[in-house]
Ligand binder design. Structure first.
Ligand SMILES: Nc1ncnc2c1ncn2[C@@H]1O[C@H](COP(=O)(O)OP(=O)(O)OP(=O)(O)O)[C@@H](O)[C@H]1O
Length: 236
């Protein structure tokens, strides 16, 4: 079986000859939820940008559905890749309903994922709360049944209850649609409850990987040894 998304020997940076991500190997199977953890500046966002086609590679390969690709994000999106970040992709001047109609979204599926958006259906994006905007962003992405979801800190700055709702929707996408999910999250303990596997990055390299169940048992040691020096929140 080929992986839904894979990095092999990935080197990425912002200036030629100066990689900030070095020789990273990672993979996500269809239906799997994988967390990419690490302290601030470890290279998580840089890795996600490269996987999404938003940053050119300095070396190595990104494979989407088993095929090496250097295509930009819009072309990867046509191949079933969705990229969600903390920057909510909501049209502020459009209502929730109009936001859901833009860009091949399945409105009913979006509302099934987040029924709380139903009562806000005629409200303009700019008047939604931060949590509602992010639910709408994720609803738009997941309603297209992506084969791969890259989610970079989608819950940044949101209340714990909203974080749980977002992660539940991500889990439903993985379990019910076979979406391969790669998550970057600051809520380490919380994300470990949803993830199947974990990679930990530090200084641009993968320093630890394994099953989430094993990581949960070692969480105190992992936080101290690998995640300290950043702002990794530990909301239980
Ligand atoms: N646009 C940029 N130009 C130059 N260097 C950058 C740029 N963005 C990030 N970097 C550098 O790349 C390295 C990795 O940053 P990156 O944002 O990928 O880390 P991160 O693990 O996502 O951190 P955080 O948890 O703080 O978001 C850091 O040293 C950072 O300073």
């Amino acid at each position: 079986m080929s992986y839904a998304i894979e990095a092999a020997g990935l080197c990425v940076g912002y200036h030629a000859g100066q990689p900030v991500v070095n020789d990273v190997d990672l993979c996500v199977e269809p239906g799997e939820i994988v967390a990419l953890l690490g302290p601030n500046g470890a290279g998580k966002t840089t890795t996600m940008l490269a996987l999404a086609g938003e940053l050119p590679l300095l070396g190595g390969e990104v494979r989407l559905h088993g095929e090496a690709t250097r295509a930009p994000l819009h072309a990867r999106a046509r191949d079933g890749l969705a990229f969600v970040t903390e920057e909510r992709s909501v049209f502020m001047g459009l209502t929730t309903a109009e936001n859901l109609r833009v860009g091949r979204c399945d409105e009913q599926r979006a509302l099934n994922l987040f029924p709380e958006l139903q009562s806000r259906i005629d409200v303009r994006g700019g008047l939604l709360s931060g949590g509602e905007q992010q639910m709408l962003t994720l609803a738009r992405a997941l309603s297209r049944s992506p084969r791969v979801l890259l989610a970079d800190e989608l819950s940044l700055g949101l209340a714990p209850k909203v974080v749980t709702r977002l992660l539940e929707a991500v889990r439903a996408a993985a379990r019910e649609n076979g979406t391969a999910v790669l998550l970057v999250e600051q809520h380490v303990r919380k994300v470990l409850k949803y993830a199947d596997r974990v990679y930990v990055m530090r200084r641009g390299e993968i320093v630890l990987s394994g099953h989430a169940a094993e990581m949960r048992e070692r969480i105190d040691e992992i936080e101290e040894s690998y995640l300290s020096g950043g702002v990794a929140e530990t909301i239980a």
